[in-house]
Design a protein around this ligand. Structure first.
Ligand SMILES: [Zn+2]
Length: 210
């Protein structure tokens, strides 16, 4: 397997690098996500006595709530709120191999129109790590991708975890498929200072090793 990024990288730079890496660029340049296909990027940093983990989950709105626009009814609003609430607790929807007792340092979940387009509209977006490359993407509008009126919308979740005693992530299992009927596959990328791995998990095979 080709390395996803230089292994010399360490620390918080890992996730930013992973998100800006070739695979992600490829995904982004497609303009629109593919329904049924989510992505999870995991950056693992060894710290004294354990690990700090940063993750970003990007899932098509269609997979999570069945629509990709602002909710039109109280029922849709409720469904969206419930989904966001489920994703606020990453430990309920995924687990690492080896098993670790992690604590959630931060969890930020949002429903956004296509992130690529959303950057310049999102006030209070505190994702500074995205700003470096975001400017390149601001030139186009929705028509460029032929979205028509509705476009795409995604659920984006950013997590930071502290996992005492966890030395290295060797695998992951996802409970996401049990929670969200529309979710078919998750492309998982894991990077640490020592290695990088990638696998695709599905409803039929929700667990894998890097
Ligand atoms: Zn879509």
């Amino acid at each position: 397997m080709k390395p996803i990024l230089p292994l010399a990288l360490a620390g918080p730079a890992l996730l930013a690098a992973a998100l800006a890496g070739p695979a992600s660029a490829q995904m982004r340049s497609a303009g629109a996500h593919a329904h049924g296909a989510s992505s999870l990027t995991i950056a693992h940093e060894a710290i004294a006595g354990g690990s700090r983990i940063e993750m970003r989950l990007v899932a098509p709105g269609a997979d999570i709530v069945g629509f990709e626009r602002a909710p039109l009814s109280a029922e849709e609003r409720q469904r969206l709120d419930a989904a966001l609430a489920v994703l606020e607790d990453p430990l309920a929807v995924l687990g690492f191999v080896p098993q670790a007792s992690c604590t959630v340092v931060s969890a930020e979940v949002r429903f956004t129109e296509d992130e690529e387009h959303g950057h310049e509209h999102e006030e209070g977006d505190d994702h500074d790590r995205d700003d470096d490359h975001a400017d390149d993407d601001h030139g186009h509008d929705h028509d460029e991708h032929g979205h028509g009126g509705e476009g795409h919308a995604e659920i984006v979740a950013d997590y930071r975890l502290d996992c005492p005693g966890l030395d290295e992530i060797t695998g992951i299992r996802l409970a996401l498929f049990q929670r969200f009927d529309g979710m078919d596959s998750v492309d998982v990328q894991m990077v640490s200072a020592r290695k990088a791995g990638r696998l695709t998990l599905t409803r039929a095979q929700p667990e894998g090793r890097f």
